[in-house]
Design a protein around this ligand. Structure first.
Ligand SMILES: Nc1ncnc2c1ncn2[C@@H]1O[C@H](COP(=O)(O)OP(=O)(O)OP(=O)(O)O)[C@@H](O)[C@H]1O
Ligand SMILES: [Mg+2]
Length: 312
């Protein structure tokens, strides 16, 4: 269980993380989603006790990251942003080196190497130099390093950045596989990435939490709007439409001869297409076209993470 309590991190005058609190339950895959510079890596670095917070606390299984950093590193596997590796080493030497740092040597190393290389699909490249690996295999090597000591928590900072679409699918599947047994926190600035792997997501923007919940919960709490675009003939007076529901607004009407273009807007939780249809039939309007545009998850992410000044 991870508990983040009122965490703040300043770099000089810049507040990178601004008083955020959340929990990660055991066995959960939590997606940490936010645009560039939102404060994702900073939060993850504090969680893994590589950085100290300016204020607030993080507890990993009730151990405070400030007091217990050695014990915390034992229960956490961490794949940092940009996956730093030693290109001159072979995969084998790299894993032997990082395992030795964690005190896994000799027979214990050999046994675990077999398990990990199988799990991460590294068997065919174990004697290859890291500089000669494709990015996907480098990422597998980074993951192998992160899980070698069989930690219960995995923290992965943008694990699929720079991979091609096939490699992305492979690494996502591997993360989901690992997530069956472990608590995973995965960061990304790409919504689809989090959607594909996580049970729950936290959207972070400018150091603050903009949303926290399952995708359905976040969409539900988000006041999304539907726009219904109509093209009708012989509708001289459109005012009956505005009486269909108190939350319905006519946002645009435009006439072109007998054809009228009408745009209606109402909350996503309503579906007024049938009412609009019946209203048109009752008044002998002829509907030429009716299309519905709903606020999508992408729109929601964009709206939640728009910076002041309008740039996302
Ligand atoms: N060591 C540092 N010194 C000064 N400022 C920093 C440092 N590390 C990060 N920052 C700043 O803190 C803010 C948050 O950075 P952070 O790396 O946590 O964001 P991020 O969400 O991981 O972004 P990205 O998606 O680009 O990786 C940014 O404005 C960044 O420029
Ligand atoms: Mg980052």
């Amino acid at each position: 269980m991870i508990k983040v309590e009122h965490l703040t991190k300043n770099y000089g005058n810049l507040t990178a993380v601004d008083d955020i609190s959340f929990e990660v339950r055991d066995g959960e895959i939590l997606g940490f989603l936010g645009p560039n510079g939102a404060g994702k890596s900073t939060t993850l670095r504090i969680m893994t006790s590589y950085l100290t917070p300016t204020a607030g606390n993080i507890y990993i299984n009730d151990m405070n990251v400030l007091d217990d950093s050695l014990n915390i590193r034992k229960v956490i596997g961490y794949l940092p942003e940009n996956n730093p590796l030693y290109p001159e080493m072979t995969v084998y030497d790299f894993l032997r080196f990082t395992a030795a740092v964690r005190g896994i040597e000799g027979n214990a190393f050999t046994i675990r190497l077999k398990e990990v290389s199988e799990l991460c699909g590294l068997k065919g490249v174990i004697q290859k130099k890291i500089s000669e690996l494709s990015k996907g295999y480098r990422q597998r090597t980074g993951l192998a390093q992160a899980i070698f000591h069989n930690p219960e928590i995995l923290i992965l900072d943008e694990p699929t950045t720079g991979l091609d679409p096939n490699q992305i699918v492979e690494i996502r599947n591997l993360i989901k596989q690992l997530g069956k047994e472990k608590t995973v926190v995965i960061s990304s600035h790409i919504l689809q990435e989090i959607q594909a792997t996580a049970d729950r997501m936290i959207i972070i923007n400018q150091g603050k939490i903009a949303a926290d919940g399952t995708i359905d919960e976040i969409m539900g709490s988000f006041m999304g709007l539907t726009r219904l675009h109509l093209e009708v003939e012989n509708a001289d007076d459109v005012s009956p439409l505005s009486k269909l529901h108190p939350d319905l607004k006519i946002v645009e009407t435009l006439s072109n001869g007998p054809v009228r273009k009408i745009v209606l807007e109402y909350p996503n939780k309503l579906d007024l297409r049938k009412d609009v249809f019946k209203c048109a039939v009752a008044r002998k309007w002829e509907i030429l076209e009716m299309t519905r545009h709903r606020t999508s998850l992408e729109d929601m992410f964009r709206i939640l993470t728009v910076k002041e000044g309008g740039e996302a």
